[in-house]
Each structure stands twice: as C-alpha cells, then as structure tokens.
Design a protein around this ligand. Structure first.
Ligand SMILES: [Fe+2]
Ligand SMILES: [Fe+2]
Length: 450
C-alpha cells in the first residue's frame, strides 16, 4: 500500500477521501486537521508519496505553506490542493482539484500521479444503493456495514462514495452530515433487511428505557417509525417486531404530546431536531386530532386512541419514498414530482389502501381503524387524493383530514418565515372544506392552545 498525507479540517472530506483512496488506489493517508501538525509530519520525512491539502484552512493559505515547506526541505513530493483559495492553486507548483466530493476525479488524478494504471486499480463491482434515514444511522454507535454518501444528483453509481467503514465509529457523524445538508446515508441494497433488523433491536431497547423523556423519546419514536417503514417497505407482513415497535412508538408519542402545552412548541421542537416531514406530520396530526376529539360533542377516549393508532400508520408506506427524497414535503405533491419512478408513484397513489390492508392483520387493531386509514385522502377506495371533500366517509376520517390540513398549513407558514395566525388558518380551512360536517370539526380548532 502506498502512503500519503491528507491535510484538512473538513471532517467529511477526511472521511470520504481516506476511505475511497484506500479502496480504489490502495493509498493509505495520514490525516492531519491542523496545518502545524501537518508541517511537522513533513519535516519528519513522514509525508509519504503524495500530499493532499485544502487550499485554505481557517484564514491561512495552507497550500502555500505546504508547498513552501516541501521546497525548503528539497523534497520531491507531488502536492494536490483542493480548492482555488491558495496562491499555489492553478499553478505549476501543485495539482488543483475542485472543492467538492468528486471522488472519481480525485482517484483518477492520484492514479496518474502515482503511475497506477486502470488495470492496477481494484476492480470492484459497485453495488446498488439504498437510502437509510439519518435517524436510523443515529441508532448505531458503530457502522453496521460500509456506509456511503450520495455526492451529486443523478443516479450513476459513481455518485456514491464510502464515508464510514464497517465498524467505524459513528459518534457525532449524524449531526455532522446533517449540518452539511445530507439527510441520508446509503447502504448496499442487499444489506437492507439485515440493517433494518439490527436497527430495530437498538430502537426497541431505547423505547423500553423508562428514563428517556421529551424530545429524546420523540426521537426514539421517529427511529421506530423509520424502522417500521423500512420493514414494511421490504414486505408488508405484520411481524411481531413491527407490532412491538409500533405499539411502543404510539405510546411514546401519546405520552410526550400529553405534556406539550402548545401546538407551536411541539412544532418548533421537532423542527429543531430536523425531524423528517412524514413523522413530524404524523405526530403533529396526532396532537391536533386529539384536541378535536376532546372538543367535539361525540368525541370519546376510544376515538382518541384510535386516531393515535391511525396517525402512526396512515402514511407508513410512504416512508421509504420520503427516505429517498427527504427534501420533499406534502403528500399530494409527490405524484407530480419527476424524480419519482412509476412504481413509486403507484405506491403514493395507493398508500392509503396499502396501509389499510396492512393494519387489518395487526393484532387487536382498533375497530374501524382500517376504514379511517383507507379514507384519509377523502376517497372511499384508498386510491388517489380528492379535492372535493364529501360526506360519504367516516367522521374520524374527517377529523384526520382536517388535522392534517391544519398541520400542513402550519408547516407552510413556518417555511414562508411568517408567524402563523390561528384565525387565518381556520378561515383557510373553512374555504377548503365546505360541508357542514367538516365545519363542525374545524370549529373545534378555535380553542387549540396555540
Ligand atoms: Fe396519506
Ligand atoms: Fe398523511
């Protein structure tokens, strides 16, 4: 194995460069995240056969400092600078690469410098990849398998780069990747079930921990939600595992929202935690619908329980789709997105029917929960989305629909940066849902603690 020095304080670059260089050109790198330490390594003659460095670190021209040191010592080591912020970028003194995660270009450049032919490069069959939501990544302390990042749009396999090796520490990684705008990591598709199963064990243990509370409990339930979504996406069979995790999650959500004084506080907490859209909308919907049931003349505890159950499952078949396209919001919009394949659009259109079928085989499924789920987009066959909300669906389905519409308005208002105004939101709902039975439900929102 050849050896080199990587000088960078960008943790993600350090991960993906070192793993991919080892994998593709058999180059091991010593990583130094301070320029001072890197210069020491060079002085000691331990830089190896190549130096790769960020063009700038902090305010310092790192490329220049390294080129100068190498020249001073009279060493003959090729230097690659990443980015154009150094005075040696784009000069004969160093090779210059763009400041991104473009691993193929990096690998090609290094192979050329080190005289490695394509033939020498390890021939690898690159697997298909499957997205894993960051919430599931967070369940592990060490990587359960090689984890990959998708570094550009498009679907070519070369867009995926190794970012954490199997058994590598995941401490702090989830937050770091999130802060760089990544919502998912990827795993080889054939490992999907194995990884989801592993995650489910960890999540179950967390949900069973009586000491976790508040946002941590809500977060553990989100992990449970994603695990259940992953399991059901694999096969819609209701396994004992699916039953156990979802029961715990429904209980957890109920316990947490029972302690939240205001709907906006719940929203803010979840936004801060970068909760995925689907789970956020499920939890917020539960909160709002429980308020409606408390207010409406015919509401009972049994109805509230039923709605908690229904809210957990109603969109669960969309979970793998939102995992793959985490930047999307609002279910109705999905069918119009070009990114989605035909099969995925089919799932979107049928997601209410699929979930209704699935909960039927759920042990002690609350009576009528399947019908509410089936009708949750206003159609009686669980297919598609209606714009014309009629009276022919169950009253609890109407509560669900109004609650969801309210939550989506809240999210829209937040996204636009405006402070949501309760009266305006209610007025908007009244124009959208004209039938008398819906109006009664909407009236209940006037007393929600906002
Ligand atoms: Fe839905
Ligand atoms: Fe929904």
């Amino acid at each position: 194995m050849a050896h080199g020095l990587l000088v960078s304080d960008h943790a993600i670059i350090n991960d993906i460069y070192s793993f991919n260089l080892k994998a593709y050109v058999d180059l091991g790198v010593t990583v130094k995240d301070s320029l001072e330490d890197a210069l020491k390594v060079i002085e000691l003659g331990a830089a190896g056969e190549i130096i790769i460095c960020l063009s700038q670190m902090g305010e310092v021209d790192a490329g220049f400092a390294i080129v100068t040191k190498v020249e001073e010592l009279g060493l003959d080591i090729p230097i690659i600078v990443i980015g154009e912020k150094s005075s040696v970028s784009n000069t004969a003194k160093a090779y210059t690469l763009p400041p991104n995660f473009n691993i193929p270009v990096l690998v090609k450049t290094i192979a050329k410098i080190l005289g490695i032919t394509a033939k020498d490069m390890m021939e690898k069959s690159i697997p298909d990849f499957y997205p894993v939501p960051m919430s599931i990544v967070d369940t592990f302390e060490v990587a359960p398998c090689h984890l990959y990042l998708k570094v550009s749009k498009g679907s070519a396999n070369s867009d995926y780069v190794l970012c954490v090796e199997k058994e590598g520490s995941l401490s702090g990684k989830g937050d770091r990747y999130r802060s760089e705008g990544f919502h998912n990591l990827y795993i080889p598709s054939d490992l999907r079930l194995e990884i989801v199963n592993k995650a489910s064990k960890v999540v179950m243990a967390k949900l069973n921990d009586p000491l976790i509370q508040g946002q941590d409990r809500l977060k553990a339930s989100e992990q449970g939600y994603d695990v259940v979504g992953g399991l059901l996406g694999e096969s819609s069979e209701v396994t004992p595992e699916v039953v156990a995790i979802s029961k715990r999650c429904v209980e957890s959500v109920k316990a947490v929202i029972g302690e939240v004084p205001k709907v906006k506080i719940l929203l803010l907490g979840m936004l801060e935690n970068k909760t995925g859209y689907l789970y956020l909308h499920s939890v917020m919907g539960t909160y709002v619908s429980r308020h409606i049931i408390r207010e409406i003349s015919w509401g009972s505890d049994e109805h509230a329980e039923k709605l908690s159950f229904v809210f957990f499952f109603h969109d669960i078949f969309l979970s793998p789709i939102f995992a793959k396209y985490p930047h999307f919001q609002f279910e109705e919009d999905l069918v119009f997105k070009d990114d989605l394949g035909d099969k995925e659009k089919e799932v979107v259109i049928n997601h209410a029917r699929l979930a209704a079928e699935m909960v039927k085989s759920f042990p002690r499924c609350p009576m009528g929960a399947d019908a509410i789920i089936l009708q949750h987009h206003g159609t009686t066959n669980g297919m598609g989305f209606t714009l014309d909300y009629k009276d022919d669906i169950s009253p609890l389905a109407k509560v669900l629909i109004v609650s969801e519409a309210f939550v989506d308005q809240l999210i829209l208002a937040r996204d636009s940066g405006a402070e949501p105004v309760l009266e305006d939101m209610i007025a908007e709902l009244r124009t959208r849902f004209r039938k008398h039975t819906y109006k009664k439900i909407i009236n209940c929102l006037e007393t929600i603690s906002f």
